[in-house]
Design a protein around this ligand. Structure first.
Ligand SMILES: C[S@@+](CC[C@H](N)C(=O)[O-])C[C@H]1O[C@@H](n2cnc3c(N)ncnc32)[C@H](O)[C@@H]1O
Length: 285
């Protein structure tokens, strides 16, 4: 991403969460009223697209992806907290609003790490909108192409002897393979039993059809224009090897569709899971 401007894709994913309650029906996958406050009126186009074309496959599948993965990590965290976890790391946090919205935030110490330009935009928005944190929240800038995230965490008061849940959503696709490997190797230094959750993308199926291929191509063009090209180094085929190389082991590999309770899909709106989106749950041995 451009080093001096905030991530455009962080605005995109926040817009998806912000409009969900407005444009989709029941059941809600995630209730995120804070996302709208964070976005304010500063990036109206992204909200406009979602509101104007909520049923377009690009919008509906993209929204479902973001909602399901956010819901999934918070469900995994909730189980971890019951089991004694008290540190939560949002790596490449973007405009994630967990710390300002989810009552679990009062039971964990939350560390938000992100590229300095994105983080500065978010902390300014939080201040301007006067959105309180519900618990202990630490912001730490990190450029994953150059910095070691666990060094940053330790410098910010993270307790390496205690377990953590790490959410690293919507980021690996924008990084080089070297940065992904280095980040996974860094996270392998966390306390045994810590969990690392991230997403990856399967290649387009041969029978996906021309419309799906065209949509994927169009997204790629847009991302490149916005300075965040899809490098897509983490996928179905290489994720296992990358985890093993880093010393993490895979606990779960599940489709976005299966990451949320089955009744999520008993609905009459346009939301549907993208068959290419997969979620990975890895653990520190
Ligand atoms: C698509 S957004 C995802 C944000 C959030 N996790 C979510 O799911 O809504 C991508 C995030 O990756 C971050 N990112 C991209 N390149 C980065 C880098 N080199 N170092 C740290 N963060 C980076 C951006 O700042 C942005 O917050």
């Amino acid at each position: 991403m451009n080093s001096d401007s905030p991530s455009i894709t962080a605005f995109l994913t926040a817009a998806a969460r912000a409009v969900h309650a407005e444009v989709d029906g029941e059941p809600l996958i995630l209730d995120d009223p804070v996302a709208l406050r964070l976005l304010g009126d500063q990036v109206p186009d992204f909200l406009w697209y979602q509101r104007e074309y909520p049923a377009h496959p690009l919008m509906a599948q993209g929204r479902a992806d973001v909602l399901c993965r956010t819901r999934w990590v918070e469900d995994v965290l909730a189980a971890g907290v019951e089991d004694g976890v008290d540190q939560y790391v949002l790596l490449a946090a973007g405009l994630d609003s967990f710390a300002h919205r989810n009552p679990l935030a009062a039971r964990v110490r939350t560390f938000e790490l992100d590229h300095p330009a994105s983080q500065a935009w978010k902390t300014r928005a939080v201040e301007e909108q006067q959105i309180p944190a519900l618990g202990d929240l630490v912001h730490l800038p990190v450029d994953l192409e150059h910095d070691d995230p666990v060094d940053r965490l330790v410098g910010g008061g993270f307790d390496l002897s205690r377990r953590a849940v790490v959410s690293w959503m919507g980021c690996t696709v924008y990084l080089t393979r070297e940065a992904i490997s280095a980040t996974l190797a860094s996270l392998a230094r966390l306390a045994s039993g810590s969990e690392v959750l991230f997403d990856c993308m399967a290649p387009l199926a041969e029978d996906a059809g021309a419309a799906a291929a065209e949509r994927a191509g169009a997204m790629n063009v847009a991302m490149t224009k916005w300075g965040e090209p899809w490098r897509s180094p983490l996928n179905h085929e290489n994720v296992g090897a990358l985890l093993a190389e880093a010393g993490l082991h895979r606990v779960e590999y599940l489709s976005t569709r299966d990451a949320v309770p089955p009744e999520t899909w008993e609905r009459n709106d346009a939301l549907s899971a993208n068959p290419r989106s997969w979620l990975v749950r890895a653990a520190v041995a």
